[in-house]
Design a protein around this ligand. Structure first.
Ligand SMILES: Nc1ncnc2c1ncn2[C@@H]1O[C@H](COP(=O)(O)OP(=O)(O)OP(=O)(O)O)[C@@H](O)[C@H]1O
Ligand SMILES: [Mg+2]
Length: 335
C-alpha cells in the first residue's frame, strides 16, 4: 500500500495566528488550512491540485516537501513518511515553491543551478553538465552567465522551474509554475512538463487556472477552503455534471437581466464574465429542463442584446461552481 509516490491520509493543518486588536492588544486565533484530506498520486501521472486563492494548495505542498509539519494525519512521499524521514523525502523530490524568491539574485542563472546541484551532493563535473542541460531545455542559455537580478520575472520563473530539475528526482512538485509567465512561455513550460512526464516522472501540478488543469493533468483534485471537493480525471469530473445543461450567452447583458435569469425556476446557476469586451453569461439549468425559450424571453425583456447563444460542454469551472455554489475569482489571464 505504501508504494504510490504520494499517499496523503486524513491530513489536517491548523495554523496558529495572532490577530491584532488595537495597538497594544492581540488575540490568539487559528486558521484551518487543510481539513481531513486523503488521496494518493499514482506513478507516472500528472496530478493537478486545483483551487482558488487560499484553498490550501501551498500548505499541502509545503507538507509534502517537509517544510511544514501536519497538525494531524500522515503523509508518505516516495515511501518515506514526511515527519520521520525529512532528508530522504527531500532527496527524492524536485520542488518549485515560492517561484523566483527561491533563487539567489546576486548569482548568475548557471551559478544558481550549480549551487543547488552542490546541495544535492552532485559532484562538480556532473552538476556543470546538468546545469547546462537544464539551461538548454528551459531556453536560458543566452543569459545563463548574467546575474539573476537582471532577469525579467518570466526568466526568473523559468530558472526557478529549472532548479526543480537539478536532482533529476522521480517526483516533481510544482506550485503554480506558470504564474507571471506570458502566453507562449506558459505553454512552453507546460510542454516541458509533458516531456518530463513522458520520460517517466510523476508530477504534482498546482494551479488556480481551470483551463490549465484541463489541458495538462491526468487527474485533478479540486480543493476549496481546505477541503477536498472532488477527485478524478477531467472527463470523470465533467461527467459528474451530466445532469446539467450548460448554455453560454454572449452579448450586451445588463446586470438586472442576469438577476432575472438567476430567479428563473429551472436555473441552477448564472455566472457573468467578460470575454473580449462582450459579456458572457454561463447558465446551468437543473436536470432535464428545457430552458432555452424562457431564457431568451427573460433576457430580451430585460434589455439584453443577445449576439450568440450556444450549448456548452461543461468545464472544470462549471464543476467547481456546481460543488461550491461559487465561481472562482475571475481570472482575466487568457492562456
Ligand atoms: N503561515 C501562515 N500562518 C497562518 N495562516 C496561513 C499561513 N499560510 C497560509 N495561511 C492560511 O491558510 C490558508 C491556505 O493558504 P495557502 O497559501 O495554502 O493557499 P493557496 O491555495 O496556496 O492559495 P494561493 O492560490 O493564493 O497561493 C489561507 O487561509 C491562508 O490565509
Ligand atoms: Mg499558493
Amino acid at each position: 500500500m505504501r508504494d504510490n509516490p504520494v499517499i496523503v491520509d486524513q491530513l489536517s493543518k491548523i495554523y496558529s495566528v495572532r490577530q491584532r486588536r488595537g495597538i497594544f492588544r492581540s488575540e490568539k486565533g487559528s486558521v484551518q488550512a487543510l481539513q481531513d484530506i486523503s488521496f494518493e498520486v499514482q506513478p507516472g501521472e500528472i496530478f493537478g491540485l486545483l483551487g482558488p486563492n487560499g484553498a490550501g494548495k501551498t500548505t499541502l505542498i509545503k507538507i509534502l516537501t517537509t517544510l511544514l509539519l501536519p497538525s494531524s494525519g500522515r503523509v508518505w512521499v516516495n515511501g518515506f513518511e514526511v515527519s520521520k524521514h525529512e532528508n530522504a523525502v527531500r532527496a527524492s523530490v524536485g520542488c518549485m515553491l515560492m517561484g523566483e524568491r527561491g533563487l539567489y539574485w546576486k548569482l548568475t542563472g548557471r551559478e544558481n543551478l550549480e549551487y543547488f546541484g552542490a546541495l544535492y551532493h552532485l559532484p562538480p563535473a556532473a552538476r556543470k553538465r546538468r546545469a547546462t542541460e537544464i539551461l538548454n531545455w528551459i531556453g536560458l542559455v543566452d543569459i545563463a552567465d548574467r546575474t539573476v537580478e537582471t532577469y525579467s520575472s518570466g526568466q526568473k520563473m523559468k530558472l526557478a522551474f529549472g532548479k526543480a530539475l537539478i536532482n533529476d528526482a522521480p517526483l516533481l512538485i510544482l506550485d503554480e509554475p506558470t504564474n507571471t509567465l506570458d502566453l507562449p512561455s506558459a505553454s512552453e513550460l507546460r510542454s516541458i512538463v509533458r516531456q518530463l512526464n513522458e520520460q517517466g516522472k510523476t508530477i504534482i501540478y498546482t494551479t488556480h487556472i481551470m483551463a490549465e488543469a484541463e489541458l495538462l493533468c491526468d487527474r485533478v483534485a479540486i480543493i476549496d477552503r481546505g477541503k477536498l471537493l472532488a477527485l478524478g480525471t477531467v472527463a470523470e469530473l465533467k461527467a459528474s455534471l451530466r445532469w446539467a445543461k450548460v448554455i453560454s450567452v454572449e452579448g450586451v447583458i445588463p446586470i438586472w437581466a442576469v438577476e432575472a435569469v438567476r430567479s428563473m425556476a429551472d436555473v441552477e446557476q448564472a455566472t457573468r464574465t467578460n470575454k473580449n469586451g462582450a459579456t458572457q453569461l454561463t447558465v446551468v439549468s437543473v436536470e432535464g429542463s428545457e430552458i432555452l425559450p424562457e431564457l431568451i424571453r427573460v433576457l430580451t425583456q430585460n434589455g439584453a442584446n443577445i449576439q450568440k447563444l450556444s450549448p456548452q460542454e461543461p468545464t472544470l469551472e462549471d464543476v467547481f461552481i456546481a460543488k461550491t455554489g461559487r465561481s472562482l475569482a475571475e481570472d482575466t489571464r487568457v492562456r
